[in-house]
Every structure is written in C-alpha cells, then in structure tokens.
Design a protein around this ligand. Structure first.
Ligand code: NAD
Length: 487
C-alpha cells in the first residue's frame, strides 16, 4: 500500500524535494506500515516557500473578488469530483474509517472553498462614514503572507479551513501539516493550482515542532493560525508576540455535554457517542464530560453500553467499519494510560477499557470506552484525552451542572440536551464556550463561526468571522475643504 507523494513539499506551483531535511515517515495507523517517506523543511525550503508567497500575494490581492472567488469555487468542484480518491488518502493519512472521510473530510474542505469563494465575490466591503463636510471610508485589506499549522485529526479540512478564508481575503499561505499526517495538504495545494490559483499562493511544507518556529519567526510572515494543543498554542502565541504578529488559536478542550431528565434519550446518547467516538475520539470539540441527570442515569448508561458495544471496529477501508485506529502508537499509549488512571482513581468502567482483541495486526486500535461515576477531580475528567473515552458524571440540579461544566480552564464547546426550550437557551447562555449546541452535537458547517474561549484559543474559523481574522481595517479620512490650522 503506497501513498507516496511526488515529493515532500509543494512550493510555487510544483513539488519540491530537499533530502537534507530530517526524514518523516508516514505510517498507516491501521497496520503500522510505512506508506510514504518525506523530509522536513530545511531553512532553504522555508525561505523558498515564503519568498514565493510574498512575491505572488500583491498580484492576487489586486484581482477582483469575483475572479478570486471563481478559482476557489473551481477548487471546491475538483475536490468533490475526487472525493473518493481524497477520502482514501485521508484514511491512509489518519486511519479514520472511509465511512467518515467520504462524508466529512474533503467535502467539508470543498464547502470551505465554495463558501469563501462565494462570499468574497459579494465583497469584503468597508464602511462610508459621513463627517459633515468631510468623510471617511474603511476598507479591509489582506495581511500578506499567512502561516497555517495543522493538527493530525482533520488534515485536509484544516488545510482548507485555513487556506480558503486566507486566500479569499487576498493573502498567500504557507501551510505546515502535522508530521503525523503529511499527505492530504499536498493534494489540496495541487488542486488549487489546477483550479487556476496563481503559483506560489498556497504552499505546503513538511516539518514538526522544530519547523514551526522557523515559519513563525520569519520577518515576512504576518499571521499564524494554529490548530493544536494548548501547550503548543502557548509556545506559538509567545513566538508570534515577539513580532506582534496576528494569531488565531484553535486549541484543545474538555467540553461538557449536559443531559437533562426531559431530554430525548436516544438523541442525547447519539449526540454523546458522536461527540466521543467519531474520528476515534480525536476531535477537539468533543463533549468528553457528559453530565447526566441522576434520574435518567441508569437508563442512559444501559442504552449507551448496548449501542457502544455494537460499534464496528476494524479495517478503515471497509465501508462497514465505524471506528478505526488512533493516529499513532504514541497517541494510543497515551489514551490507554488515561484509561488506567480512570480505573485506578475509582471510576466505574461501563464498557471498553483496552485494546480490542478481535482486531489483528499492528494497528493502533483502542476500544470505545465509557466510564461512569466520574467525579470532577479525577484526571480523566480534567485533562484532554483525545481518544474514544467518554466520562459520565451525575448531577442533580441545573445550577450545579452549569457551575461544574464551567469549572475548567478550557472553553471550546458545550452541549445541552433538553425538551425545555427556555432551559436549553438559558443553559447555553451560561456555559462558557465558543461553540454550543442545543439538542445536537459537533456539527460545524462552514456557515457558522467555530473557535474557542478561555484556554481553548481565540479567533474564529469558518463563516464571515474568519475573513476578519485574515484581513485588517484601513481607515481613510478625506478632507473636502481647506485645512484650518491655528498657526
Ligand atoms: P500539537 O499541538 O502537538 O501539534 C499541532 C501542530 O503544531 C503540529 O503541526 C506540530 O508540528 C506543530 N507544533 C508543535 N510544536 C510547535 C511549536 N513549538 N511551534 C510551532 N509549531 C509547533 O497537536 P496535535 O497533537 O497535532 O493535535 C491534537 C490537539 O489539537 C488537541 O489538543 C486538539 O484538541 C487540538 N485540536 C484543536 C482543534 C480546534 O479547532 N480547536 C481542531 C483539531 C485539533
């Protein structure tokens, strides 16, 4: 099985190799097999990518928004035409089941190019401000060269969610995927050029934690958008602050999902399962602390256990498979060690709790796991696990649930399931998070802003809000008469 790209990097419209960079092996998580060997970017590669971006950006920014939009929408069309091929690549890169990637990965990337290609044609307009005799106007101008740094859970989606608004607003981008999932972004870069994007505007370079700082510290880079963990976010924001660069931080979470007695339990269980097991639990916005009203706890747990034990674990390329492996051996070990902590600290293991024994081979599989009787102080209730581990906590009253849900440094997402309309909105209003769902969970269509509060980050991806983070306001005051000077 080979997913060997033509070369490691995509710069100035073509594949580029530089074997001086450290080797990055891309492993298929379902088997551990090496599917591609790439090289981390050397300083020369970084220089080349940023120079290409800097050279082309002014000419791109000078094009009409309609012309820019047309190219982005064409890229969306190509992505949809190649959905199967891109989804298989995403499955090889991440281990996520094809059942998911075929509906969630290239398609959401295509949505992003289509949305931003469309809205930019309608104009990223400014204001006219009457000032009596004089007037002023504002315009939104691109920032210049933007850097995107991705996590490994949604490599193609992240490459598009950063690239589409950046390009729509008239910027160039240098994107560095996660070293765990280096392949998908290269294809996105290739498709953009095929769609007509001028060469040099969207470049992909490979690398790891040592490569990122070289990009961030480069004087020609205006902005950094990171998707990653909170500790990485702190480092990236600190490095960007040294030169007062703009930053968007899409970081981790430990999001609460509150299920009241009156909730439609089938929907609440479905939401909780999607919010813990989709992408083998490797989703930043997952509702990993499921607060269940004590009155429905037993019923919730028994139905949840039954449904969880029916999840089909196996070969990600088999369309019937619902749960694939973790992205890497290290990530699997980390998840297993959290499961051990859950057991040791006294949580009740409802189901799962180890490596599935029917899956053979070297894949990084872990069982979908549910813990009940979890208390707020337990490690599994406080730290982001980033694997298929659901923690169920009991509560008695609304105020108590809200206070406990908010008692975390994170603030990415939150959810509430209830049949009471006013309670749904009242609770959503008080939960501290950037994105909330009432009677739903984890749906992030491109039309709505997505991002975190508190330690989960700042800035927003998707929606018109993303364009504000890839542009800045310029104000022009126009004097319409003689200047009245007192001297
Ligand atoms: P990570 O923080 O380890 O790495 C993220 C990226 O940052 C990688 O490309 C990595 O090479 C790079 N990096 C690491 N150290 C760096 C440094 N010092 N300077 C510059 N770049 C550096 O995260 P991960 O393990 O790849 O992904 C999982 C994390 O991402 C989880 O915490 C998850 O919640 C978060 N995440 C957040 C969102 C969101 O939108 N909020 C989405 C997906 C994942």
């Amino acid at each position: 099985m080979k997913a060997q790209p033509t070369a490691s990097h995509f710069i100035d419209g073509e594949y580029v190799e530089d074997e001086d960079g450290a080797v990055i092996e891309s492993l298929y998580p379902a088997t551990g097999e090496v599917i591609a060997r790439l090289h981390a970017a050397t300083p020369a590669i970084i220089e080349k990518a940023i120079a290409a971006a800097k050279r082309t950006q002014p000419e791109w920014a000078a094009m009409s928004p309609t012309a820019r939009g047309r190219i982005l929408k064409r890229a969306a069309e190509i992505m949809r035409e190649r959905n199967r091929e891109l989804s298989e690549l995403e499955t090889l890169d991440t281990g996520k089941p094809i059942q998911e990637t075929i509906v969630a990965d290239p398609t959401s990337g295509a949505d992003s190019f289509e949305f931003f290609g469309g809205v930019i044609a309608a104009g990223l307009n400014g204001d006219y401000i009457p000032l009596g005799r004089d007037f002023a106007y504002t315009k939104r101008v691109p920032l210049g060269v933007c850097v995107g740094i991705g996590a490994w859970n949604y490599p193609q989606q992240i490459a598009c969610w950063k690239g589409a608004p950046a390009l729509a607003a008239g910027n160039a981008m240098v994107f560095k995927p996660s070293e765990n999932t280096p392949l998908g972004a290269l294809k996105i870069a290739e498709i953009l050029v095929e769609a007509g994007l001028p060469k040099g505007l969207y470049n992909v370079i490979q690398g790891d934690r040592n490569t990122g700082p070289m990009l961030i510290n480069h004087p020609d880079v205006a902005k950094v958008s990171l998707t990653g963990s909170v500790p990485t976010g702190r480092k990236v924001a600190a490095a960007a602050a040294g030169r007062l660069k703009r930053v968007t931080m899409e970081l981790g979470g430990k999001s609460p999902l509150i299920v009241f007695e009156d909730a439609d339990l089938d929907s609440a269980i479905g939401g909780a399962m999607l919010g813990n097991f989709y992408s083998t639990g490797q989703v930043c916005s997952n509702g990993t602390r499921v607060f269940v009203a004590r009155g429905v706890k037993e019923e919730f747990l028994s139905r949840l256990k039954e449904r969880t034990e029916k999840i089909i674990i196996g070969d990600p390329m088999d369309e019937a498979t619902q749960l694939g492996p973790m992205v890497s051996f290290d990530q699997r070990q980390k998840v297993l060690s959290y499961i051990d902590k859950g057991k040791a600290e006294g949580a009740t293991l409802v189901t799962g709790g180890g490596i599935p024994n029917h899956v053979t081979g070297e894949g990084y599989y872990v069982q979908p796991t549910v813990f009940a009787d979890v208390t707020d102080g337990m490690t599994i209730a406080r730290e982001e696990i980033f694997g298929p581990v659901m923690c169920v906590l009991d509560f008695d009253g609304e105020e108590e649930a809200i206070a406990r849900a908010n008692a975390t440094e994170f603030g990415l997402s939150a959810g509430v399931f209830t049949a009471d309309l006013t309670r749904g909105h009242r609770v959503a209003d008080q939960l501290q998070a950037g994105t909330l769902w009432i009677n739903s969970y984890n749906l992030c269509p491109v039309e709505i802003p997505f991002g975190g509060s508190k330690q989960s980050g700042f800035g927003r991806e998707n929606s018109l809000a993303a364009l504000e983070h890839y542009s800045e306001l310029k104000t022009v005051y126009v004097g319409m008469g003689p200047v009245e000077a007192p001297y």
